[in-house]
Design a protein around this ligand. Structure first.
Ligand SMILES: C[S@@+](CC[C@H](N)C(=O)[O-])C[C@H]1O[C@@H](n2cnc3c(N)ncnc32)[C@H](O)[C@@H]1O
Length: 272
């Protein structure tokens, strides 16, 4: 059965943006990430709430989320550092699949860098409204937002082929796709990217507390139309991605919490 195209902006994208906005309020010595634009994608009430909880620190949310908060922040911060390395070697295109409220197109803006964000139309419509409202807060940047749905076969038409050096970020998305949809998306990417192109992708791990059938996170996401569908043991990443045309160059399990097993595995791939 083909599921409906979402008519509302992604709640999971909002939730991770809220995490980044919270982390960015923390003192420079203790935060892992500074995303100065995250707050512009929040509602007025969310911004007010953020201001009042900013000085509680983040331990409460790490515990309440069974470590997921920490992993979401670490995923973004590690991806930033890998992206910075690639920028150092002069990449010209940044392609972000399921970009949500990602602000890298502005945080890493520089002459000659083109950022292409792909996501469902409703999320992009809301993002555009926020960008328009806070236009003076964002620097000049070449960022293009193209609506797609990875579940449908027409999405590859939106993405040009990239022969120039590029980096693809596919963060926080594979778990919302079926195994077949992940394979089809990776297959499309392989056909569009030049040899050596780096793809940074994450997967939900089999023992992730949020995979439990009674997990409030999983139940809540399901109710909101963002069902968790796919997971991959990290050690299976090479045998999963290599037949699709990608070599694994780095694997990272993101949790180190006493609160339980890791939720997320981060994978650095390179197009063969
Ligand atoms: C958890 S959010 C991650 C957002 C962003 N990558 C980040 O890390 O802040 C998941 C994103 O995947 C997008 N997404 C999920 N399923 C999708 C699909 N079938 N087609 C396009 N985008 C999808 C959602 O709209 C949402 O923006």
């Amino acid at each position: 059965m083909v599921e409906k195209i979402s008519s509302h902006a992604s709640i999971s994208a909002r939730a991770v943006c809220l995490c980044r906005a919270l982390e960015s309020t923390q003192p420079s010595g203790s935060r892992q990430l500074l995303d100065v634009f995250a707050k512009y994608f929040l509602t007025e009430i969310e911004r007010l709430t953020l201001r009042s909880v900013a000085n509680w620190g983040t331990r409460w949310i790490e515990i309440a989320s069974q470590g997921l908060y920490q992993e979401v922040i670490r995923r973004h911060a590690t991806t930033d550092s890998w992206l910075e390395e690639a920028l150092g070697s002069g990449i010209q295109n940044l392609i972000i699949l399921g970009a949500g409220y990602d602000s890298r197109g502005w945080r890493f803006a520089r002459p000659g860098l083109r950022t292409i964000e792909l996501d469902q139309a409703a999320t992009q419509t809301h993002k555009r409204q926020c960008l328009k409202r806070f236009v003076t807060k964002f620097p000049e940047a070449q960022v293009e937002l193209s609506p797609v749905d990875f579940r449908f076969s027409s999405w590859p038409d939106v993405l040009p082929s990239f022969t120039q050096s590029s980096v693809v970020i596919w963060e926080g998305v594979t778990m919302y796709l079926s195994r077949e949809e992940v394979i089809a998306t990776a297959h499309t990417l392989a056909g569009k990217l030049g040899r050596g192109t780096e793809v940074i992708v994450d997967v939900l791990l089999p023992n992730a507390p949020m995979r439990g059938t009674s997990s409030p996170t999983r139940l809540g996401l399901g109710v909101l139309g963002e069902k968790l569908k796919w997971f991959l043991p990290l050690h299976e990443a090479p045998s999963f991605f290599e037949p699709l045309g990608f070599k694994v160059s780095q694997l990272l399990e993101l949790g180190d919490q006493p609160t339980g097993p890791s939720h997320i595995g981060l994978i650095r791939l390179s197009r063969l």
